[in-house]
Design a protein around this ligand. Sequence first.
Ligand SMILES: C[S@@+](CC[C@H](N)C(=O)[O-])C[C@H]1O[C@@H](n2cnc3c(N)ncnc32)[C@H](O)[C@@H]1O
Length: 303
Amino acid sequence: MKPGQGSRTAIFVCQGRAVADGRMAVGRFSDAVARRLLGPDELRPVDAVRDGTTRRLEGRERWAAESVRACAEIMAPRTVMIDEAVADAVTGQGVQQVVLLGAGLDTRPWRLPALESAKVFSADHPATQAEARTRAAELTPVARRLVFAPVDLITEPLDAALGAAGHDRTAPTVWVWEGVVPYLRKADVVATATVVARQSAPGSVLVVNYQTPSLRAGIGRGLVNLVARLGRIDTATADEPWRSTWTPAAMAGLLAARGFTVEQDADLLSLARRLGSPTVHSRSLGNGRVAIARFTGPAPASR
Ligand SMILES: C[S@@+](CC[C@H](N)C(=O)[O-])C[C@H]1O[C@@H](n2cnc3c(N)ncnc32)[C@H](O)[C@@H]1O
């Protein structure tokens, strides 16, 4: 991210959810709040895709619209799996604290009915969070409580930020770590997972979205950024490069060493197929995964 500026990929994925709302995985996915967090310029490519008018666009505008269309394909299955894991933990297992790690413009506090009984902590980089709060100022959360915890995961202690926000480490927590791991270096992912485990009581659930290593995907991303630079097209991803990818075994190992047992780990392509959601970008979908892990390690008092 550029210093002092909020995350642009947070806006991009919000645009993806606004595109997908009512169009993809209908019946399992919906996000009518996403468009309410976007400004008029940000809605233009969203509406072009939804109205089927992208062919009338040229240059940068066409690029922006096709990018958010591709992003929507990823967002539909990813959101469904995470929403359902959160709902299961909160309403099915009675977990009453939810932490959104790198929340960006995650709309769950304002739209996910399962959160009615939960206290939600929205943790994010201060610059991104300030923007998110302004955008959501007019919205009323469905969550029982929504507390903001500004924190730079690389330079600031997450436990202190959550403690100051009122997080109770002796009660179970659902951790949602969506769309953030690729933007952190391996060491920062390890450090964050370590703190998450330390702040987890037994019964806590970690839902983590990550990218698997893929030479093709890496080259593809590099080429897209190069073409965009040559065409002077300002992309959301240019300032937020991917810094770490994980195989399912490496992710399971990282979590197991910290007391989390992976109970599910699915790729987004299989999920999209099951949902009948579009799979035009099958490689990107196949490289994205969501793992759901339960904390079975020692209680906080003994650590
Ligand atoms: C692609 S967005 C995902 C946002 C949200 N989780 C979602 O899926 O809609 C990436 C998020 O990671 C956050 N992030 C990146 N680096 C961070 C850091 N060092 N500390 C805290 N948050 C960070 C950004 O602020 C941004 O909100």
